[in-house]
Design a protein around this ligand. Structure first.
Ligand SMILES: C[S@@+](CC[C@H](N)C(=O)[O-])C[C@H]1O[C@@H](n2cnc3c(N)ncnc32)[C@H](O)[C@@H]1O
Length: 245
């Protein structure tokens, strides 16, 4: 799903199974974030105040994202593809289809596998990718994967804290289902504020499966066991988390 950013033209595309939605009043997205001209920023990596690791991440997902052994095991395209039931490449293609080479894009959390290098390559030499993640372990790993790209940076940041840069687009890939509702609200609002007027925020995440989907029962079990916040996206649309709605 893509939502309009601050003062953006209402635009909604829905790659991951939800009904298209139209923003009721695009002026309602007007944010107070300070806008900095991208051209004013120095090229290369830059750091911000390290954020605290949120409780939901420590309590629920430390085994997956904060543990070096898990990172070595899970950071493979094949693993991501298996978790997404073979849909990784298709979802990546649909996501990149919402973006354009030459854009300055924020990816607000790391993704295992080759998503970030592929995105940096897609944006090209004229474009730029900034990856944020609240975990320094993930960011160090992401920097390694992006080391051959001069157009990409990776910084330790919480996606809920907007840094005041007016991006052309934000690409939020399977992050929201891993956070509780109150945090989803903070992140959706921060990302909507992170784009320039007319910019686009692309969310790709789970939504309610069709009642007859053969994998619905399996996913329900997986979510009950491992992903306690994911089913909130079965009942709510991502736009419900935007405070302007
Ligand atoms: C994008 S999500 C999951 C993506 C997908 N399941 C995969 O293959 O990696 C995982 C990342 O989100 C990060 N993360 C979780 N909460 C965050 C937050 N509030 N701000 C920034 N990064 C966050 C975690 O540290 C982790 O690296």
């Amino acid at each position: 799903m893509a939502l309009p950013g601050s003062r953006g033209t209402p635009y909604v595309a829905v790659p991951a199974g939800q009904e298209p939605l139209q923003a009721a009043d695009h002026t309602a997205f007007t944010g107070a974030a300070q806008k900095t001209n991208v051209g004013d920023l120095p090229a290369g990596r830059y750091e911000f105040e390290p954020p605290a690791i949120p409780d939901y991440l420590k309590d629920t997902y430390s085994w997956a994202y904060l543990n070096p052994s898990s990172l070595r095991l899970l950071d493979r395209p094949l693993v991501v593809s298996s978790i997404l039931w073979g849909n990784y490449r298709r979802l990546q293609r649909v996501t990149f289809g919402e973006l354009r080479p030459g854009q300055h894009v924020l990816q607000p959390a790391c993704v295992y596998g080759d998503f970030s290098p592929n995105l940096a390559a897609f944006l090209g030499a004229e474009g730029r990718l900034d990856v944020f993640d609240v975990s320094s372990l993930q960011i160090e790993n992401c920097r390694r994967k992006l080391s051959s790209f001069v157009n990409a940076t990776a910084s330790v940041r919480d996606a809920a804290d907007h840094g005041g840069i007016a991006y052309d687009a934000v690409c939020c890939f399977f992050l929201l289902h891993e956070m509780p509702d109150h945090y989803k609200r903070r992140v959706v609002d921060a990302l909507l504020r992170a784009v320039r007027p007319g910019g686009k925020v692309v969310f790709v995440d789970y939504s309610r499966p069709h009642w007859a989907h053969p994998l619905k029962a399996v996913m329900s079990l997986v979510f009950n066991r491992l992903e306690p916040f994911a089913k909130e996206l079965w009942d709510k649309k991502i736009s419900d988390y935007a405070s302007a709605h």
